[in-house]
Design a protein. Structure first.
Length: 116
């Protein structure tokens, strides 16, 4: 009976490389999904704030009396809504309706060149 030697050296090296590659791909996939989750939560928060500002602006326009000139700024969680409108003859003419993020200078960098 002829018993051949079973060589597992190359096979074990190949399987080890495959396991390492799959582990790296798994970690990259997890890191990407967590980054996507954080980004989607940040975007959802921004949309929620914008919708709340829009709701408050619409309520303000609905509560305004006939013939009034509306010029206001509503702030909420780092965003502001600027409204300029006229309400006459049952209709509202909106001149300005803009939602912007309130900009704050980042001073954590230190004494950086200001651009002058």
């Amino acid at each position: 009976m002829n018993t051949g030697r079973l060589r597992l050296g190359m096979l074990s090296i190949l399987l080890t490389v495959i396991v390492i590659c799959m582990s790296v791909l798994c970690l990259l996939s997890y890191a990407t999904s967590m980054a996507d989750l954080r980004l989607s939560q940040r975007y959802a928060n921004t949309v929620r704030i914008r919708y709340e500002l829009e709701k408050e602006g619409r309520q303000l326009l609905n509560e305004a009396g006939e013939g009034s000139i509306i010029e206001t700024e509503i702030q909420l969680e780092g965003y502001k809504l600027n409204i300029k409108a006229n309400k006459e003859n049952g209709e509202t003419a909106i001149d300005t309706w803009s939602v912007r993020k309130i900009w704050q200078e980042d001073e954590s960098v230190g004494d950086l060149w200001g651009g002058n």
